[in-house]
Write a protein that binds this ligand. Structure first.
Ligand code: MG
Length: 386
């Protein structure tokens, strides 16, 4: 079936860089929304898109699981890149992929980017968000209306690059002439209500103009995140235009001014499942308890080896750490690899384990100090003989 494509990505009005990526390689279309410091998010989303593009070029996707295997391959690549470079540690990306295959659209999806279908003036979300708040809604813990305002709304529960394998949702739908598909990052869906998105989609513009207007509207609403949209018009475009034109009469193109879920933008984070269970189960205090019951070995403010209670990294934008005990070992006495490990923080399961690590470092440093002492004494001895 013929497809008309419109696509665009935009940095938005708040962020400094654009960590979203997209792919238009008919019949494959992808939106990926990266996360991670030092531009790592950009690397993650670009890697996802590149791996999928390469795989699709070398072999057309065929059969069940083909798209999932693309995403799993991309996941593995990002995971390996992150493991090889501390600057990229923890980077990840969402990935929503559409493959148009005759009258079937195959979808594969991880994260909180979305795919929507507009048919007969009705907009439906095809993908399920892999987010903490979506899970809470499904479990009946919060109402759907609360999700958009929830403080943890940017926490995603699945992403590429976080683990060596990833679970991929696969969805197949039959498409018909006049269907319009939208793939977008959360920079669109968090700024515009579903009604506002539907209104733009059925305003009778062609695919590219529709993509442009969606981005304009998200920016008008605040543009608090990177925005990426891919619009796919299936089949005979004139049919779509005709139905869209008639639909326009009863749907106002203005969007809901009250809908502004984000009072300030929140950086996307992915949460490990262990922590996730706790946040759902017991909230912030439980999270805090768990984090402050963990330990790590790192460097204190004066550059000395120390044991900390808490976590070396930020968790959901918060820090939980406190010095438990310090040593007299200076960072200058350590070998390079140790120094790197300690700068990052060596996480342990218990205080005893942290103490064991410090004891081992202490033993090595003591040996080194003794060796240096002996070398000094030899020098002194040599001078005496002359
Ligand atoms: Mg985003």
């Amino acid at each position: 079936m013929k497809v008309d494509v419109g696509a665009r990505t935009d940095v938005g009005r708040v962020r400094e860089g654009n960590e979203d990526s997209y792919l238009v390689q008919d019949p494959i279309f992808v939106v990926a929304d990266g996360m991670g410091g030092h531009l790592a998010g950009e690397v993650a989303s670009q890697t996802a898109v590149k791996v999928i593009a390469d795989m699709a070029r070398s072999e057309a996707p065929e059969g069940d699981g083909a798209l999932a295997s693309y995403i799993k391959k991309a996941n593995r690549e990002i995971y390996d890149l992150a493991a090889a470079d501390p600057e990229k540690s923890g980077m990840g990306t969402t990935c929503t992929l559409v493959h148009l295959d005759g009258s079937t659209a195959h979808l594969a999806h991880v994260g909180d980017s979305r795919a929507y279908l507009l048919r007969d003036g009705q907009l439906s979300q095809l993908t399920e968000d892999h987010t903490l708040v979506e899970r809470m809604v499904r479990e009946g813990r919060i109402r759907r209306e609360e999700a958009a305002h929830h403080p943890q709304r940017s926490v995603i529960t699945r992403a590429l690059g976080i683990d060596d394998d990833v679970e991929v949702d696969e969805i197949d739908i039959e498409v018909v002439d006049g269907d319009r598909l939208l793939i977008c990052s959360d920079g669109l869906s968090s700024m515009l209500s579903t009604d506002a998105i539907a209104s733009v989609l059925q305003s009778g513009r062609d695919a590219q103009r529709t993509a442009d207007v969606l981005i304009e509207e998200a920016n008008t609403a605040g543009g608090e995140d990177n925005i990426t949209v891919v619009v796919l018009d299936i089949g005979k475009t004139p049919a779509l235009m005709a139905s869209a034109a008639s639909a326009r009469e009863d749907t106002s193109p203005s969007y809901d001014d009250d809908y502004n879920p984000r009072s300030h933008w929140v950086k996307k984070t992915v949460l490990g499942l262990a922590v996730l269970g706790l946040v759902i189960g017991g909230g912030y205090l439980a999270l805090r308890t768990v984090l402050t019951n963990s330990y790590y070995v790192g460097l204190d403010d004066t550059g000395r080896v120390a044991i900390f209670q808490g976590r070396p990294e930020e968790v959901m934008g918060m820090t939980f750490r406190e010095v438990e005990s310090t040593t007299d070992i200076s960072v200058d006495e350590l070998e390079d690899f140790r120094r790197d490990n300690l700068e990052e923080g060596i996480k342990t399961e218990s205080l005893a384990e942290a103490e064991d690590i410090v004891a081992e470092i202490q033993r090595q440093v003591d040996e080194q100090r003794e060796a240096e002492q002996r070398a000094l004494e030899r020098e002194d001895g040599g001078g005496g003989k002359g």
